[in-house]
Each structure stands twice: as C-alpha cells, then as structure tokens.
Design a protein around this ligand. Structure first.
Ligand code: URA
Length: 413
C-alpha cells in the first residue's frame, strides 16, 4: 500500500493496522508525508481509533524514531502524570525512590495550558538546569540515583512532529495518540517500570472517570505490550493536589513533604506510589538529602530551598471566607485558570512562565471556616491577571453548611 492508499483506507473508516502505523510514523519523520497528509491521518485516526497491536506499533515506532537511552542492566523506575493543578508529586517521588536505592531517570515536560510542568517548577530554583546531556545524566543516575531533566531533540522526535500537528488540529484528546505519545518517550528513555498517574476531574485532561479509566487501561495494555512493567492509578483532580499551585510555591510544598510534613493528600499520594517502607525516608531526612544532591548535581542553589524569601515585585492578596461553614468545593479547573492567568503557565511552547506567582490555599476541602478566615493567598506581579484570578476563585471556592458532596476519592477505585 502506498501513502495515498493508506490515507484513503483510514478516511473510509478502517482503523490503521500495525504496518500502516509504522509506515506513517516513518513518513512523518523522513518528511515523505506532507503536513496536510499527516494532519488528515491524525484527524481520521481520531475517529477510527486503533487496535492494541497498532498502538504498540505506534509506541515502538515513535520510540525508535530517535535515540534510545540505555542504562545497561540497572533496573529503572519512573512515574508519569497526565497533569493536574498543584501536582508536584514527581519532585518528591524521584528523590524518595532514589533514597530507597531505586534508579529514577525522569524525563519531564513543561506546562501547557492549565496543567503545570515539572521542569517549570524546578527551574524556579536559581541555577537549576534541565538541559543535561547524556553523559551528565548517566553519571548523575549512578551517583545520585535520580535526575529530572528535559526531553532532548533526539528522544522520540516523531512525537514532536505529531504533537505539534495534533495541537493545531484539535486531535490531542485521542486515546491511541495520547498512549503513543506518552509511552514512546518513556520507552526511548529506557524506563523499565512505569507508574502512571491518570488524573481525573475539572483540572485534568480527562474530565470523566470513564474516559480516564479507558486511558489508564489502554496505557497499561500497551505499556506491557511494548515491554515496560506498567501500572496506572486514577487520582482525583476535581480539586488541586496540596495547597500550592504555581512554580516556586510548589517547590516549597514539595520540600515540606520531603522533610516529613506538607499537606496530607500530597503525602498520601506520594506514599501510595512509592510503596511500602517509604514513609521513614520522608521522616528521617533521607529523601530530602537526595533531593538536595539532585539539585546541586543539576546546578541549582540548594541553600535557596530552605531560605525564607520575599521575591521582589510580588504582592499578595488575601481571599477570605464570606460566611461561616464547611469548605464544600475548591474546583481544580478554577484554581488552574487563576494560576495560569497570573502568569505561572503558558499557552504555547515558546512562552516563558513567571516562577513566583501562584495561589496558596489556606484551607482544605471539608475544613470548617469562620467568616473572615483566610481561604487563599494570591501571589501576583503588578496586578497581572489578578482581577480574573479573584473572579475564578470566587466561582471555584464555595463554603456552605453541608461540606463537599460527591468529591472523588484521592485514589479513584
Ligand atoms: N502528554 C503527552 O506527553 N502526550 C500527550 O499526547 C498527552 C499528554
């Protein structure tokens, strides 16, 4: 079959088979398929879906489109989240696992839209570098046990080509395309065991439990089919995770968790992923010591981590409860929109983020509050996005007499 026949076949509603998928990925990378052809293929695949065999072929072909990282016989583990508001789990989990003797080669991304990116958060630490070369990564993995770095241009280049077109053609939310995109990068990064955190709710990519479960199940089947030990958990993103959403404010909260404190939901999720025996490493300082070693190895200023700061140009507005009662709702989507508008997020890959702005909640879902109590601190720069942020929080946070009704369990069964 030539390219035109393959296109006509998906156009007419036949899901592409493994061979056809491999040919399209090759054509995307070597330039033999034009952008309109690829865009049309993506749009039709969005409609037809794909078999598991074809998704495995997509994942492997995308992973093989660039250089594969190879850690020799070192067993590696990684966690990937589909993204949410206040999700700083990776910052805690990578050094925690490393402190327990695991090797964690974590290749992370930047934020886009409402969901923050792990790299943006870490870059709030002065000097922290996320553009490390393969030799540096190998040495750091051996000596520290973990790294969190950015995707190099050699890692799954097919994903960059296809993802940009998906963004332009509104075909991002397709389960086969998401599966191929996420898993190809993990396969190329040499991950042996993969723990997936599929977020569900208003602050997530997947807003319904059914869609999130379908994605989680496909990720596990295809991950196993491509040779990675893969597990997936559905976790709540109807409210933010923890109290802080932004960049520097999330690093502060991750540090508190690494020192045995921090919000209960963040700690519970980290411990659920880290597995038995991990609690002590948070409480006795081993995980934090490992985080400090990672920060230093990546050029960051470890002294910044514990230092009280008053960042210049940042002002704080306090949001207060307008009645006495129980916190019934803290909508993740509303907090995400507030934080995004303040400048902590970006709408397109080229934009810079402001490391210091954000929202720090002063109360949690279900808590009792009195009228006038502090509900949230809004950190803004020169008023950028402030009015809209306050409006989003006004709609998104509700106090009533009943408390939360129908909130998702932190780990959705
Ligand atoms: N994250 C990715 O890396 N790819 C997707 O397609 C969606 C989320």
């Amino acid at each position: 079959m030539d390219l035109a026949e393959r296109l006509a076949s998906v156009r007419d509603g036949t899901p592409p088979d493994a061979g056809s998928v491999r040919a399209m990925v090759a054509a995307a990378v070597d330039g033999s398929a034009t952008r309109p052809q690829l865009a049309a293929w993506l749009a039709w695949v969005f409609r037809t879906g794909m078999s598991d065999d074809a998704m495995v072929a997509l994942t492997q072909a995308m992973a093989d489109s660039g250089r594969r990282m190879d850690w020799g016989d070192v067993p590696t583990i990684d966690k990937h989240s589909t993204g949410g508001v206040g999700d700083k789990v990776s910052l805690v989990l990578a050094p925690l696992w490393a402190s327990l003797g695991r090797s964690v080669p974590m290749i992370s991304g930047r934020g886009l839209g409402l969901t923050g990116g792990t790299l943006d958060k870490l870059e709030a630490i002065p000097g922290f570098r996320t553009d490390l070369d393969a030799d540096h990564l190998r040495k750091q993995l051996r000596e520290v046990g973990c790294f969190i770095s950015g995707q190099t241009s050699e890692l799954a280049p097919a994903d960059r080509v296809l993802y940009a077109l998906r963004n332009e053609t509104s075909t991002v939310p397709s389960i086969p395309l998401i599966v191929g995109s996420i898993l190809s990068k993990k396969l190329a990064a040499g991950v042996g065991t993969l723990v997936l955190d599929v977020k569900v709710g208003s602050g997530a990519f997947m807003q319904s439990v059914d869609r999130a479960r379908a994605l989680a199940e496909a990720l596990v089947r295809v991950g196993l089919g491509a040779g990675m030990a893969t597990e997936a958990h559905l976790t709540a993103m109807d409210r933010p995770l923890g109290l802080a959403a932004g960049n520097a404010v999330e690093v502060n909260e991750a540090v508190a968790c690494l020192r045995g404190g921090g919000p209960a939901d963040l700690r519970a999720l980290v411990l659920a992923f880290a597995g038995p025996g991990s609690e002590a490493a948070l409480d006795d300082g081993r995980a934090f010591a490992c985080f400090e070693r990672m920060v230093v190895a990546q050029g960051g200023d470890a002294a910044w981590l514990g230092r009280p700061r008053d960042p210049s140009g940042i002002r704080r507005v306090v949001v207060r409860a307008n009645r006495t009662g129980l916190v019934a709702k803290i909508d993740a989507g509303s907090v995400g929109r507030a934080v995004f508008g303040l400048g902590a997020g970006r709408a397109s890959a080229e934009e810079a983020v402001d490391p210091e702005v954000g929202v720090v909640l002063q109360t949690a879902l279900g808590a009792k509050v009195q009228v006038g109590d502090e509900i949230a601190h809004v950190l803004h720069r020169d008023g950028r996005g402030l009015e809209a942020a306050l409006a989003h929080l006004d709609v998104g946070i509700r106090v009533d007499d009943m408390g939360p009704v129908g909130a998702l369990d932190l780990i959705v069964r």
